[in-house]
Design a protein around this ligand. Sequence first.
Ligand code: PEP
Length: 250
Amino acid sequence: MRTPLVAGNWKMNGSRESVAGLMQGITAGAGLEGMEMLVCPPFVYIPQVAAAIGEAPVALGGQDLYTEANGAFTGEISGAMLADVGCQYVIIGHSERRALLGESDGKIARKFLAAQENNLIPILCLGETLDERQADSTLQVIGSQFSAVVDVVGIEAFARAVVAYEPVWAIGTGETATPEQAQEVHAALRSMAAKRSAKIAADLRLLYGGSVKAANAAELFSMPDIDGGLIGGASLEANEFLAICRAATV
Ligand code: PEP
Protein backbone atom coordinates (compact mmCIF):
# COMPACT_ATOMS: atom_id res chain seq x y z
CA MET A 1 0.00 0.00 0.00
CA ARG A 2 1.56 3.29 -1.13
CA THR A 3 0.68 6.38 0.93
CA PRO A 4 0.24 9.31 -1.47
CA LEU A 5 2.74 12.13 -1.01
CA VAL A 6 2.13 15.75 -1.99
CA ALA A 7 5.35 17.76 -1.95
CA GLY A 8 5.60 21.53 -2.32
CA ASN A 9 8.71 22.73 -4.12
CA TRP A 10 8.85 26.42 -3.28
CA LYS A 11 11.87 26.94 -5.54
CA MET A 12 13.61 30.32 -5.02
CA ASN A 13 10.54 32.10 -3.64
CA GLY A 14 9.58 33.65 -0.34
CA SER A 15 10.50 36.05 2.43
CA ARG A 16 10.33 35.62 6.20
CA GLU A 17 6.93 37.27 6.12
CA SER A 18 5.46 35.23 3.27
CA VAL A 19 6.89 32.00 4.72
CA ALA A 20 5.19 32.73 8.05
CA GLY A 21 1.83 33.28 6.35
CA LEU A 22 2.15 30.24 4.12
CA MET A 23 3.09 27.95 7.01
CA GLN A 24 0.26 29.28 9.15
CA GLY A 25 -2.17 28.29 6.41
CA ILE A 26 -0.57 24.90 5.72
CA THR A 27 -0.29 23.79 9.35
CA ALA A 28 -3.90 24.84 9.97
CA GLY A 29 -5.01 22.35 7.29
CA ALA A 30 -2.48 19.59 8.03
CA GLY A 31 -3.41 16.19 9.41
CA LEU A 32 -5.36 14.82 6.45
CA GLU A 33 -5.93 11.08 6.72
CA GLY A 34 -4.33 8.81 4.15
CA MET A 35 -1.71 11.10 2.66
CA GLU A 36 1.64 12.67 3.52
CA MET A 37 2.31 16.38 3.17
CA LEU A 38 5.81 17.75 2.51
CA VAL A 39 7.22 21.24 2.04
CA CYS A 40 10.62 22.02 0.50
CA PRO A 41 11.53 25.67 1.21
CA PRO A 42 14.69 27.50 0.12
CA PHE A 43 17.59 26.51 2.41
CA VAL A 44 17.64 29.76 4.38
CA TYR A 45 14.01 29.39 5.47
CA ILE A 46 14.27 25.74 6.58
CA PRO A 47 14.79 26.53 10.31
CA GLN A 48 11.86 28.97 10.23
CA VAL A 49 9.66 26.35 8.56
CA ALA A 50 10.80 23.64 11.00
CA ALA A 51 9.75 25.90 13.89
CA ALA A 52 6.42 26.66 12.24
CA ILE A 53 5.75 22.94 11.71
CA GLY A 54 6.39 22.12 15.36
CA GLU A 55 4.43 18.94 16.02
CA ALA A 56 2.17 19.31 12.96
CA PRO A 57 2.16 16.36 10.54
CA VAL A 58 4.07 18.12 7.77
CA ALA A 59 7.37 16.71 6.52
CA LEU A 60 10.29 18.96 5.62
CA GLY A 61 12.72 18.68 2.73
CA GLY A 62 15.55 20.45 0.94
CA GLN A 63 15.52 21.31 -2.76
CA ASP A 64 19.03 20.02 -3.39
CA LEU A 65 22.18 18.92 -1.56
CA TYR A 66 25.86 18.62 -2.32
CA THR A 67 27.61 15.31 -2.89
CA GLU A 68 30.14 15.75 -0.06
CA ALA A 69 29.52 15.84 3.71
CA ASN A 70 31.55 18.98 4.54
CA GLY A 71 34.67 20.90 3.60
CA ALA A 72 35.86 23.54 1.17
CA PHE A 73 32.79 23.73 -1.08
CA THR A 74 31.79 27.37 -0.91
CA GLY A 75 28.08 27.95 -1.14
CA GLU A 76 27.06 24.30 -0.94
CA ILE A 77 24.79 22.57 1.59
CA SER A 78 25.32 18.94 2.67
CA GLY A 79 22.89 16.17 3.49
CA ALA A 80 24.21 16.14 7.06
CA MET A 81 23.24 19.82 7.39
CA LEU A 82 19.75 19.21 6.00
CA ALA A 83 19.22 16.34 8.44
CA ASP A 84 20.61 18.49 11.25
CA VAL A 85 17.96 21.18 10.69
CA GLY A 86 15.11 18.69 10.58
CA CYS A 87 14.71 17.59 6.96
CA GLN A 88 13.49 14.10 6.10
CA TYR A 89 13.47 14.48 2.30
CA VAL A 90 15.53 16.12 -0.42
CA ILE A 91 14.70 16.79 -4.08
CA ILE A 92 17.37 15.54 -6.48
CA GLY A 93 17.86 16.13 -10.19
CA HIS A 94 15.12 18.72 -10.71
CA SER A 95 15.00 19.65 -14.41
CA GLU A 96 15.85 23.28 -13.57
CA ARG A 97 19.12 22.08 -12.03
CA ARG A 98 19.76 19.67 -14.90
CA ALA A 99 19.18 22.39 -17.52
CA LEU A 100 20.36 25.62 -15.84
CA LEU A 101 23.15 24.26 -13.65
CA GLY A 102 24.36 21.43 -15.86
CA GLU A 103 23.71 18.57 -13.44
CA SER A 104 24.61 15.25 -15.01
CA ASP A 105 23.07 11.84 -14.32
CA GLY A 106 26.37 10.87 -12.65
CA LYS A 107 26.25 13.79 -10.26
CA ILE A 108 22.58 13.12 -9.51
CA ALA A 109 23.41 9.50 -8.62
CA ARG A 110 26.12 10.73 -6.22
CA LYS A 111 23.63 13.14 -4.64
CA PHE A 112 21.16 10.27 -4.22
CA LEU A 113 23.80 8.34 -2.29
CA ALA A 114 24.73 11.39 -0.21
CA ALA A 115 21.05 11.84 0.72
CA GLN A 116 20.64 8.27 1.90
CA GLU A 117 23.93 8.33 3.79
CA ASN A 118 22.29 11.03 5.90
CA ASN A 119 18.95 9.23 6.28
CA LEU A 120 17.23 11.61 3.89
CA ILE A 121 14.70 10.24 1.42
CA PRO A 122 15.67 11.37 -2.08
CA ILE A 123 12.95 12.48 -4.48
CA LEU A 124 14.54 11.73 -7.83
CA CYS A 125 13.14 13.92 -10.63
CA LEU A 126 13.01 12.69 -14.22
CA GLY A 127 11.43 14.20 -17.29
CA GLU A 128 11.61 14.70 -21.04
CA THR A 129 11.74 17.97 -22.96
CA LEU A 130 9.12 18.94 -25.53
CA ASP A 131 11.50 18.07 -28.38
CA GLU A 132 12.08 14.64 -26.88
CA ARG A 133 8.33 14.03 -26.51
CA GLN A 134 7.68 15.17 -30.07
CA ALA A 135 10.45 12.87 -31.27
CA ASP A 136 8.62 10.02 -29.50
CA SER A 137 11.57 9.35 -27.24
CA THR A 138 9.89 10.02 -23.86
CA LEU A 139 10.15 6.49 -22.50
CA GLN A 140 13.70 6.14 -23.73
CA VAL A 141 14.75 9.40 -22.01
CA ILE A 142 13.00 8.48 -18.76
CA GLY A 143 14.47 4.98 -18.89
CA SER A 144 17.98 6.29 -19.35
CA GLN A 145 17.66 8.92 -16.55
CA PHE A 146 16.27 6.25 -14.23
CA SER A 147 18.78 3.52 -15.02
CA ALA A 148 21.71 5.96 -14.77
CA VAL A 149 20.86 6.26 -11.08
CA VAL A 150 19.70 2.67 -10.40
CA ASP A 151 22.88 1.27 -11.98
CA VAL A 152 24.92 3.23 -9.42
CA VAL A 153 22.82 2.98 -6.26
CA GLY A 154 21.08 -0.39 -6.85
CA ILE A 155 17.34 -1.04 -6.91
CA GLU A 156 17.26 -1.86 -3.19
CA ALA A 157 18.06 1.81 -2.48
CA PHE A 158 14.62 2.66 -3.91
CA ALA A 159 12.99 1.07 -0.87
CA ARG A 160 13.67 4.47 0.72
CA ALA A 161 13.24 6.83 -2.22
CA VAL A 162 10.55 8.56 -4.26
CA VAL A 163 10.58 9.18 -8.01
CA ALA A 164 8.91 12.23 -9.56
CA TYR A 165 8.02 12.25 -13.25
CA GLU A 166 8.08 15.89 -14.33
CA PRO A 167 7.80 16.53 -18.06
CA VAL A 168 9.95 19.61 -18.64
CA TRP A 169 7.36 21.09 -21.00
CA ALA A 170 4.78 21.04 -18.20
CA ILE A 171 6.84 22.69 -15.46
CA GLY A 172 5.72 26.22 -14.73
CA THR A 173 4.02 26.47 -18.12
CA GLY A 174 0.41 25.95 -17.12
CA GLU A 175 0.36 23.01 -19.53
CA THR A 176 -0.23 19.72 -17.69
CA ALA A 177 0.29 16.23 -19.02
CA THR A 178 -3.07 14.53 -19.42
CA PRO A 179 -3.74 11.87 -16.79
CA GLU A 180 -3.32 9.26 -19.56
CA GLN A 181 0.04 10.70 -20.70
CA ALA A 182 1.30 10.77 -17.12
CA GLN A 183 -0.05 7.29 -16.35
CA GLU A 184 1.70 5.85 -19.40
CA VAL A 185 5.08 7.09 -18.17
CA HIS A 186 4.42 6.09 -14.55
CA ALA A 187 3.41 2.58 -15.59
CA ALA A 188 6.54 2.31 -17.74
CA LEU A 189 8.70 3.51 -14.85
CA ARG A 190 7.15 0.98 -12.50
CA SER A 191 7.72 -1.84 -14.96
CA MET A 192 11.36 -0.72 -15.45
CA ALA A 193 11.78 -0.92 -11.68
CA ALA A 194 9.94 -4.28 -11.57
CA LYS A 195 12.46 -5.82 -13.96
CA ARG A 196 14.99 -5.34 -11.14
CA SER A 197 12.71 -5.99 -8.14
CA ALA A 198 8.97 -6.62 -8.23
CA LYS A 199 8.66 -5.85 -4.52
CA ILE A 200 10.51 -2.51 -4.68
CA ALA A 201 8.52 -1.51 -7.79
CA ALA A 202 5.18 -2.30 -6.16
CA ASP A 203 5.99 -0.13 -3.13
CA LEU A 204 7.75 2.74 -4.97
CA ARG A 205 5.94 6.06 -4.79
CA LEU A 206 5.81 7.77 -8.20
CA LEU A 207 4.82 11.45 -8.11
CA TYR A 208 3.67 13.52 -11.05
CA GLY A 209 4.86 17.12 -11.35
CA GLY A 210 4.12 19.81 -13.92
CA SER A 211 1.49 22.52 -13.47
CA VAL A 212 -0.57 20.51 -10.98
CA LYS A 213 -3.28 22.63 -9.40
CA ALA A 214 -6.45 22.03 -7.39
CA ALA A 215 -8.47 21.90 -10.61
CA ASN A 216 -6.54 18.99 -12.17
CA ALA A 217 -5.04 17.15 -9.17
CA ALA A 218 -7.87 14.70 -8.47
CA GLU A 219 -7.95 13.41 -12.04
CA LEU A 220 -4.17 12.93 -12.10
CA PHE A 221 -4.06 11.29 -8.67
CA SER A 222 -6.85 8.88 -9.60
CA MET A 223 -4.55 7.11 -12.05
CA PRO A 224 -3.32 3.75 -10.73
CA ASP A 225 0.41 4.50 -10.85
CA ILE A 226 0.32 8.16 -9.73
CA ASP A 227 1.00 8.32 -6.01
CA GLY A 228 0.78 12.06 -5.45
CA GLY A 229 2.49 15.12 -6.83
CA LEU A 230 5.49 17.42 -6.77
CA ILE A 231 3.96 20.88 -6.85
CA GLY A 232 5.76 24.09 -7.77
CA GLY A 233 3.77 27.30 -8.26
CA ALA A 234 0.57 26.03 -6.66
CA SER A 235 2.43 25.13 -3.44
CA LEU A 236 3.01 28.83 -2.71
CA GLU A 237 -0.64 29.42 -1.85
CA ALA A 238 -1.83 27.54 1.25
CA ASN A 239 -5.45 27.00 0.18
CA GLU A 240 -4.47 25.78 -3.26
CA PHE A 241 -1.81 23.47 -1.83
CA LEU A 242 -4.24 22.08 0.76
CA ALA A 243 -6.86 21.47 -1.93
CA ILE A 244 -4.26 19.47 -3.88
CA CYS A 245 -3.45 17.54 -0.71
CA ARG A 246 -7.13 16.74 -0.22
CA ALA A 247 -7.29 15.44 -3.79
CA ALA A 248 -4.66 12.87 -2.80
CA THR A 249 -6.84 11.45 -0.03
CA VAL A 250 -9.70 10.22 -2.23
C1 PEP B 1 8.29 21.81 -10.13
O1 PEP B 1 9.05 22.75 -10.20
O2 PEP B 1 8.68 20.74 -9.61
C2 PEP B 1 6.94 21.96 -10.68
C3 PEP B 1 6.23 20.88 -10.89
O3 PEP B 1 6.52 23.24 -10.93
P1 PEP B 1 5.02 23.70 -11.35
O4 PEP B 1 4.06 22.95 -10.49
O5 PEP B 1 5.00 25.17 -11.12
O6 PEP B 1 4.86 23.32 -12.79
